[in-house]
Design a protein around this ligand. Sequence first.
Ligand SMILES: C[S@@+](CC[C@H](N)C(=O)[O-])C[C@H]1O[C@@H](n2cnc3c(N)ncnc32)[C@H](O)[C@@H]1O
Length: 260
Amino acid sequence: MLSLEQKYHLYENSVQCHSADIDFINEQYQKIHGKKPLVLREDFGGTGLLACSWTSQSPDHKAYGIDLDPEPMKYGMTNHYSKLTEDQKARMHYIEGNVLHDQEFKADVTVAFNFSYFIFKKRHELIDYFKKVKAGLNPDGVFFLDIFGGTETGQELVEETEHDSHSYFWDCDKFNPITNECQYYIHFKVGNTKYEQAFSYNWRMWSIAEIREILMDAGFSKVITFWEGEDEDGDGDGNFYISDKEENCESWVTYIAAIP
Ligand SMILES: C[S@@+](CC[C@H](N)C(=O)[O-])C[C@H]1O[C@@H](n2cnc3c(N)ncnc32)[C@H](O)[C@@H]1O
């Protein structure tokens, strides 16, 4: 069995690129509001890697990481929070709680990354969540989400990605085409040992079109959709641009931004 240390270390090194997320947030927020965002709320924050990193940008940057589960937060406190300076620590707050609950602070930017809001399977649940996000944003705030899809989505298949120290498996184990409910697992392989179902996600697959409509119904005034550019091999190049019309492909991941 994986230790907690291994489990979250492998997870972060397989699925997260917090520096690219921060660059994207800063660039887009600057374009929208003509200034820098200072207060970040990381919903479903898990280990709080993004939030901890946010505080290192300047003495005016503050961050809050909200998650129901104390386990990833414990890992984050030991491995990320502990490495911050005393001043950065004072500006980083882990909140063990529900993203649906009211908070006492307002954020310039709220993020819901790694598709975590797919936990809300009903339209009314997602509207409630998006309304809470809007209520927790400053008037000149922005809500950033990520989303995935493509022609392979909904097919029961396992995608393997090899990293230097391990392999990462993204496993669509079940997909119900009537309800769009799905069961995903993350497995890891280190050396010759495979660790099955290190993470499990029982979600509803939402589309960009649905999310855009639900955000507007929740009261956001504008929703911006992005698409990733391609390199010469046709792979994603990490550069996201604003777009409303694209050709589908086997598998894509992109961002959505919503303005209150
Ligand atoms: C897919 S992980 C995302 C972790 C991290 N944000 C990332 O980008 O990798 C989903 C996280 O959402 C948390 N979670 C699920 N429902 C929640 C809720 N209602 N409120 C707060 N956290 C929740 C889980 O505990 C889990 O840590």
